[in-house]
Design a protein around this ligand. Structure first.
Ligand code: ARG
Length: 505
């Protein structure tokens, strides 16, 4: 039948809905309207729609966020020399690639979404999987969000404050504002969230290209003076190097992002490994060039003391166009934060379909099909982290916790080679690779503790194990708190959400 777009006489917000029905058949029943909303592109109805290009984009778009624009100073400070910091940058890229290759085996063997959660269920059973979903909903995902939004705030404010350090409270307020906008976008519609993601990924690639081309121009112009003695002043302390790795690995975090959405990849046994093999070296290559670019316009000393390296770069190189740099970074971080919250919502589903999280967190808005309760919950925790944390402390805290689980996934792979030898493995990683990554993650977890035992690491470890206090009564024995069901119903009516049984069909 012909499209109903000519019926646009209402001239109001209904225009978008009008083209959903045929002219002959008249307006649809209200419930028909609701059902026709989700289309093929609607990610919560897990259709396989991620091909090679979008797979690469999902990896690259998540990995490039705040890190490459913020971390170079911290990394240089911790390693002492540009040579050593370059070695760490490249090793982080290699480590991410090795980790991701192992995840490619895991992801093609167990093709359900939710990454670590699904692999822990297979290899170790419910309690470790629960502890992962516990730590990631309460700590990992919110701290990622907080770090990215703080970087957003820093660059957004930096653009207007040129004479002095941007006041901290203003940075935090701007970070919170960004968080609220992103929460709104993600609660409003899934399609809006994915469009935001695509537009912002494209924009951040332009930003990366500007920095690289600027650096190339400067090098050809003979500005190599800061690159001459790369290893002078290197710090060799084990703990310093381990924390330098934390800073660097933050910039690469997101290398496992495609594993959260395996259920949506077309032909995953081919496209998952391929996207990894293209995406991660691409990011590593960009980061190498960007680091060199920075050093063509500023000395290592200036880089170490600068709060926002990319802005300094822009000011020195782009002249009247220098506003382009802070703008690009805010775009890049905004997109990254949007993608992070989006993935957080999905993890909530994966865990709650096993009954591992509060019921209400798995509910979906009845008209918008967005997982609003989970999103709001994440954002509230992330907001508290923005108020009480700093970028550096949050990064250390995050990386420590994250690498416990990345290491755990390596162990899961090794264990399943023995316990499930006959599972189909369309992609099989050379077994030395997960052993290597496991060994390095040990070092990353133990190194900073041995070197400088701060109480935060203990808190983080206790917190993860503390999840068992909730696991035993509420998940294992399925105990239900008396007033909880009433509260769930109340929240359900207030937020207009409902459980979805066929979310993953
Ligand atoms: N690597 C990103 C950055 O530099 C952070 C990615 C956060 N991680 C994630 N899985 N979303 O800012």
């Amino acid at each position: 039948g012909s499209r109903g777009s000519t019926l646009n006489t209402a001239g109001n917000g209904f225009a978008g809905r009008m083209e959903l029905y045929d002219r002959e058949n008249g307006p649809p029943e209200p419930d028909q309207l609701e059902r026709s909303r989700p289309t093929e592109n609607d990610p919560i109805h897990l259709k396989r729609r991620v091909g090679l290009v979008s797979g690469v984009a999902l990896i690259v778009g998540t990995m490039i966020g705040s890190g490459i624009f913020v971390s170079p100073s911290g990394l240089l400070e911790r390693t002492g020399s540009i040579g050593m910091s370059f070695v760490v940058w490249m090793s982080c890229g290699l480590l991410s690639l090795l980790g991701a290759l192992s995840y490619a085996e895991l992801g093609t063997m167990n093709t359900s979404s939710g990454a670590e959660y699904a692999y822990f269920m297979d290899a170790f059973g419910a309690p470790p999987a629960f502890l992962f979903s516990w730590a990631s909903t309460l700590v990992l995902k919110p701290s990622q969000m907080a770090i990215i939004c703080l970087s957003f705030g820093k660059y957004a404010v930096e653009a207007f404050v040129t004479e002095c350090e941007p006041p901290e409270i203003v940075v935090k307020m701007v970070a919170l504002l960004a968080m609220v906008v992103i929460l709104y976008v993600n609660c409003y519609s899934v399609n809006l969230a994915t469009s935001v993601q695509n537009v912002f990924t494209a924009a951040k690639l332009v930003a990366v290209l500007i920095v690289i081309l600027g650096g190339a121009y400067k090098i050809l112009d003979g500005n190599t003076q800061h690159l001459r003695h790369p290893f002078s002043n290197t710090q060799y302390s084990i703990g310093n190097i381990a924390t330098a790795f934390y800073t660097g690995l933050w910039a690469y975090d997101g290398w496992n992002n495609l594993n959260y959405v395996t259920e949506e990849i077309k032909n995953p046994s081919k496209n998952l490994p391929r996207s990894i093999i293209i995406g991660i070296p691409l990011v590593t290559f960009c980061y190498a060039l960007i680091n060199i670019s920075y050093l063509t316009v500023m000395s290592p000393m200036e880089m170490m003391t600068s709060e926002a390296v990319a802005v300094v770069f822009g000011n020195r190189l782009l002249g009247v166009m220098s506003w382009l740099m802070p703008l690009s970074v805010t775009i890049s971080t905004f997109g990254s934060a949007n993608g992070t919250l989006f993935a957080a919502g999905r993890l909530c589903f994966a865990a709650s379909r096993e009954g591992h999280l509060l019921d209400i967190l798995s509910y979906v808005h009845v008209r918008r099909y967005t997982p609003s309760p989970g999103l709001v919950f994440h954002s509230v925790i992330a907001g508290a982290m923005v108020l009480y944390g700093t970028i550096d402390s949050l990064i250390d805290f995050f990386s420590f916790t994250a690498w416990i689980f990345y290491g755990g996934a390596m162990l899961a792979l090794i264990v399943m080679r023995h316990t499930k030898p006959n599972y189909p493995r369309p992609y099989k990683v050379p077994i030395v690779i997960p052993y290597m990554v496991l060994f390095i993650s040990f070092y990353l977890i133990i190194g900073p503790i041995v070197d400088k035992p701060t109480i935060e690491y203990l808190y983080a470890a206790l917190f993860i194990l503390g999840g068992m206090v909730f696991y035993i009564p509420f998940v294992h024995y399925k105990y239900r708190i008396p007033f909880m069901d009433g509260l769930t119903v109340f929240l359900q009516m207030m937020l207009e959400v409902a459980p979805t049984t066929n979310m993953f069909d």
